[in-house]
Design a protein around this ligand. Structure first.
Ligand SMILES: [Ca+2]
Length: 634
């Protein structure tokens, strides 16, 4: 450990130390040069050439040793990072955010020992764009992950879209600073671009030395009898097309055989081909989705296909724990990106049936256990005082996710809306807890607007790295706020996107506690007034599925967190000013946007067999981790 855990303050590497060592180097080499030249000093009668060679070597070794020690010492003062992100967790599901029935003692303790953010905002209400923004510190549309149509996330592992190689993640910058970087769990930002193994979007290409987990996500097709998640209506349409073409072909063949109708064989062949094509397109990409998308990779090797959910929790936690143990003596970044609580819900035996909120509550309580286990590992290894721990969710709970067995999605507390509902607060306000023993005040609560994108500059700065100067960053360093050195967030404005469309704008006036939010449009709920898009399961962002507002709908979240009553000039003295300031901010923000390739176009989204990650021989991809050992860390 060599005092790793005793470090109270991160001390930047001192330039004076460098200068001192450099001077000693010069002195040492000067002496060596002199002694090998020898004659002048030898003639003084005080210099033994044998002794001088030995002393030169000793001096050089001493210098190297001192330099290495200083370098190690410099590294040791940098904090480790353990980032824990839950998938689809509602802010109302956690005890320290107001839930009184689901038991989350470990997350609550993390908040008691650290800083709790009450207005922590995801950059998007869906997995892929939220995670892209988190990894890059930039709104997702800056990297081409803002959707123009109905597909708002990476849908197939064998699609060609994903986080572009040109993006610089915080992991990449920490890697450059000498950190060991690992991600355990969900990625959902693409894998390949042009060839099966180019891995252009893979975590290993985005700054992570080590990856174990789900390059895609957990979703319904991964669990038998849980239904379908990916373009189910398109699959149905393909089935209908195939059946219709088949029936038409059979009818024409019958009529022709009886001599009742003169039918060209070309027409029959065309209908046969159409039916077969529809059947193939219905079956291969969609009916085999568990094989194509539910896979586990270790680095760039597929080690399980399809995923065995029953043992996944233990395996993820084992990997996370071993990563910390392996890297305990050097600075590390671990991004633990849980597969929970995205549906299909799966839970270990110890948690099944234990909560008061059914299977969903059981899942959240298991998440809490996983968080507790990570805290225990950090504390057991004596790393608490040198490790910044962070807990969050990628976006809000999925309130439309329910079936006859009950609610399967999360609860977003008092906040309106949820996952995939554009700028409504329930989809973007998430838990945000930081703990760094000795560095962050215990029990501090911050109500200022903060963003998941803030992690980027916060981590890079703490690691002693430099932020990219060739691109726009949308996050701000959180440390001054977390440590109480400042009271106000730097986010005077925040932009809430639905796909690539600017949906709402948040304005926190510098001279007020108000948090105005102006909705430029809102999603059309279906059925109308249902409070969600139950017909499509997620809300769309494009024309035909939204209602534009002129003037925008304005709320003050400080007084009306549920966004229940829109303000007017009669009810809000700053109404006109708020709309004017928002309009000005939008104009300025739009000037920072530049066109980039659309990663979520149909061409990039659809299944391309030649890009399919596969163990075994395509298309017979199949393996389980029990039989895969290559590349397994000790
Ligand atoms: Ca998610």
């Amino acid at each position: 450990m060599s005092g790793f855990g005793k470090c109270k303050m991160r001390t930047p590497y001192h330039i004076t130390d460098d200068l001192l060592l450099f001077s000693m180097y010069l002195y040492s080499f000067g002496r060596c040069f002199s002694c090998h030249r020898g004659d002048q000093m030898f003639t003084l009668g005080s210099w033994n050439p044998l002794w001088s060679q030995r002393s030169c070597m000793l001096m050089a070794l001493l210098m190297i040793s001192l330099r290495e020690e200083a370098a190690v010492s410099g590294n040791e003062t940098r904090p480790n990072f353990v980032l824990m992100m839950v998938d689809d967790l509602g802010i109302g599901d956690v005890g320290c955010y107001g839930n009184h029935t689901i038991r989350t003692p470990n997350i609550d303790r993390l908040a008691q020992d650290g800083v709790k953010l009450t207005q922590h905002i995801a950059a998007a209400p869906l997995c892929t764009p939220s995670r892209a923004a988190f990894m890059t510190g930039r709104y997702a549309l800056r990297s081409g992950l803002g959707s123009t149509g109905r597909v708002q996330v990476v849908l197939f592992l064998a699609g060609s879209g994903g986080l572009p190689p040109s993006e610089i993640t915080f992991a990449k910058l920490l890697q450059r600073q000498g950190y060991s970087t690992g991600i355990v769990g969900k990625w959902h930002l693409g894998v390949n671009c042009e060839r099966r193994n180019d891995h252009c979007h893979h975590p290993n290409q985005h700054g992570f030395d080590y990856f174990y987990g789900l390059p895609f996500t957990n979703f319904n097709d991964c669990k038998p009898d849980e239904g379908k998640d990916v373009l189910a209506d398109l699959q149905e349409a393909l089935w209908d097309l195939s059946v219709l073409a088949g029936l038409a072909m059979a009818t024409l063949v019958g009529l022709r055989a009886r001599g009742l109708l003169e039918i060209s064989l070309k027409v029959i062949a065309l209908l046969s081909a159409l039916s077969l094509l529809g059947l193939t397109a219905w079956y291969v990409p969609f009916e085999l989705l568990a094989t194509w998308n539910c896979i586990i990779m270790r680095n760039q090797e597929v080690i399980e296909q399809p995923t065995v959910l029953g043992t996944l929790t233990q395996r993820l936690m084992g990997e996370a724990e071993r990563f910390v143990e392996r890297n305990q003596h050097k600075p590390f970044l671990l991004f633990l990106s849980l597969a929970h609580v995205h549906t299909p819900l799966f839970v270990s035996k110890g948690f099944a049936g234990k909560s008061k909120h059914g299977l969903y509550g059981d899942n959240v309580e298991e998440v809490d256990w996983m968080i507790g286990r990570m805290v225990d590992v950090v504390e057991r290894l004596g790393l608490a005082e040198n490790t910044l721990m962070y807990f969050t969710s990628d976006h809000g709970g999925h309130i439309e996710d329910a079936d006859a067995r009950g609610q399967k999605g999360g609860w977003n507390g008092v906040y309106r809306g949820g996952k995939a509902m554009g700028g409504w607060e329930g989809g973007i306000r998430v838990p945000g807890v930081f703990r760094w023993t000795g560095q962050l005040p215990a029990g501090r609560v911050i109500d200022e607007p903060t963003s998941l994108m803030d992690l980027y500059p916060t981590l890079v700065t703490l690691a002693g790295g430099e932020l990219p100067q060739d691109r726009v960053l949308d996050g701000h360093d959180l440390m001054p706020l977390l440590q109480g050195r400042v009271e106000r967030s730097k986010h005077e404005f925040m932009f809430h996107y639905c796909g690539m469309y600017l949906n709402a704008v948040r304005w926190h006036p510098p001279d007020s506690d108000a948090v105005f939010k102006a909705h430029l449009f809102t999603p059309n709920f279906s059925p109308e007034g249902a409070g969600g898009c139950y017909d499509t399961k997620i809300c769309m962002c494009h024309e035909g599925f939204v209602t534009h507002h002129h003037p925008p709908l304005l709320f003050d979240l400080a007084r009306d967190p549920s966004e229940s009553t829109a303000l007017s000039a009669d009810t809000e003295p700053r109404y006109a000013e708020a709309l004017r300031r928002v309009a000005e901010a939008v104009e300025a923000h739009r000037k920072t946007l530049t066109p980039v390739p659309d990663q979520l176009s149909w061409a990039n989204i659809l299944w391309k067999p030649w890009l399919q990650p596969c163990c075994g021989t395509f298309p017979f991809c199949s393996c389980s981790e029990a039989t895969a050992t290559a590349g397994q860390p000790a």
